[in-house]
Design a binder for this molecule. Structure first.
Ligand SMILES: C=CC1=C(C)c2cc3[nH]c(cc4nc(cc5[nH]c(cc1n2)c(C)c5CCC(=O)O)C(CCC(=O)O)=C4C)c(C)c3C=C
Ligand SMILES: [Fe+2]
Ligand SMILES: [Fe+2]
Length: 365
């Protein structure tokens, strides 16, 4: 087999979604303004209308800059989330990047980027190019593919690279939703919490996505939300369906832990707007479990996220917990996120090196 020679270092770009620079209304407004004007995120508004609506109304209201009904808005939630190290999403991304850099050694240059706000993909890619890397592997910190997340990251990387005279080898990682290394870390984290038999039910709660975006990922046009249980198996027709990938992640963790059928549910959270999103909604599942099934103690996985963030720590850990208690439940125990867990760092290094089949040569070899 012929092996392509590389001279110099290989670049790795770890990318997460992004987070505000500070828990202030201005910074949150700036973040949401950039995030929600991405046509891959809000994909059903014409460009100019989206800019005007988001920057003039949605972001200011949601951030709490203007909000007569719910003072504080998302800014208040970010203030609850904020730690002495700042936003956990960014902080753990920095730790992961430093650890991967150390583990991979001198032949690699590793950079962290955020799709929205700082550090930008543009600055990180430029740094890699300035280092003279022979390749760039883009590794989004989203196990499942969605156009709104991974697709947007890849588009932005390609936009930045398209301005370069020389474009190095580029590897875009689409997803790793059932990679055994990832699955093992989630499963081990759940085992660490204690015996699984103590939970009345186990929830796998993923970030939601509008159903129209799920349908767009169905190339056949006749599978998603048309075939009963369309996401219960994954194959050629729905391999890039976010919901199908989420269900595949659940099945893999369930198999690793040996969970009995009926003891767990896959659901989706963080719905925004009035359209239908991926179902069932986590909040509805919680209500049903508390009111109709008498569930008191739940274990909740968040396998769409690799670090603590607003959607896990606050939305599930505080808001859903309060609702669950009001319906008669007692406690929702979050499976700790992957954060800076050494097993997660090992998993990322493993997934990256697996893809680096090509030999690294230094000048003169
Ligand atoms: C994990 C994958 C994610 C998908 C898919 C996703 C889709 C998606 N998100 C919104 C709107 C918002 N998301 C927000 C926060 C947020 N989203 C993700 C990940 C995914 N989003 C993360 C990791 C975070 C947390 C960031 C942090 O700083 O902690 C927010 C901001 C918070 C809020 O105001 O609620 C919004 C808004 C849409 C519309 C969407 C798909 C179309
Ligand atoms: Fe989101
Ligand atoms: Fe589906």
């Amino acid at each position: 087999m012929y092996v392509q020679q590389h001279f110099g270092k290989q670049g790795i770009l770890l990318v997460n979604l992004g987070t505000p620079d500070a828990p202030t209304p201005r910074a949150v407004n700036r973040y949401l303004g950039e995030f929600l004007t991405d046509p891959r995120v809000i994909d059903n508004l014409p460009g100019l209308a989206q800019q005007v609506l988001v920057r003039g109304i949605i972001a200011p209201i949601r951030s709490g800059i203007v909000n007569p009904f719910k003072p504080g808005g998302s800014t208040k939630l970010y203030q609850e989330l904020w730690t002495e190290n700042g936003s956990p999403l960014k902080y753990y991304g920095e730790i992961l990047t430093a650890a991967v850099t150390e583990r991979l050694g001198d032949e690699y240059v590793v950079r962290l980027a955020m799709r929205y706000q700082q550090p930008s993909i543009e600055s990180a890619v430029r740094e890699l190019i300035a280092e003279g890397v022979s390749s760039i592997t883009v590794f989004p910190l989203f196990p499942q593919y969605a156009s709104a997340t991974t697709g947007s990251v890849h588009q932005e990387v390609m936009r930045v690279l398209s301005k370069e005279q020389t474009i190095p080898n580029v590897h875009l990682v689409n997803s790793y939703y059932e990679h055994p290394l990832l699955i093992k870390v989630f499963a081990d984290n759940a085992r660490d919490v204690g015996p699984l038999s103590q939970w009345d039910h186990i929830i796998f709660s993923y970030h939601g996505l509008p159903q129209r975006q799920l349908k767009k990922a169905d190339n056949s046009g006749c599978h998603c939300y048309k075939v009963e249980g369309c996401c219960n198996r994954i194959g050629q027709v729905n391999q890039f369906c976010y919901s199908a990938q989420c269900h595949a992640t659940t099945r893999a963790i369930v198999a690793e832990l040996g969970l009995p059928e009926g003891s767990y549910t896959t659901s989706f959270q963080s719905r925004l707007g009035f359209d239908d999103w991926a179902k069932p909604y986590t909040i509805d599942v919680l209500e049903d479990l508390a009111k109709n099934k008498g569930a008191k103690k739940l274990l909740c996985f968040s396998p769409a996220f690799v670090a603590d963030c607003l959607e896990t720590t606050i939305e599930i850990g505080v808001e859903y917990q309060e609702e669950f208690e009001a319906w008669g439940g007692e406690h929702i125990q979050l499976v700790p996120s992957l954060n800076d867990d050494p097993r997660w760092i090992d998993a990322v290094v493993g997934m990256l090196t697996e893809r680096m089949g090509e030999k690294v040569l230094t000048e003169g070899q």
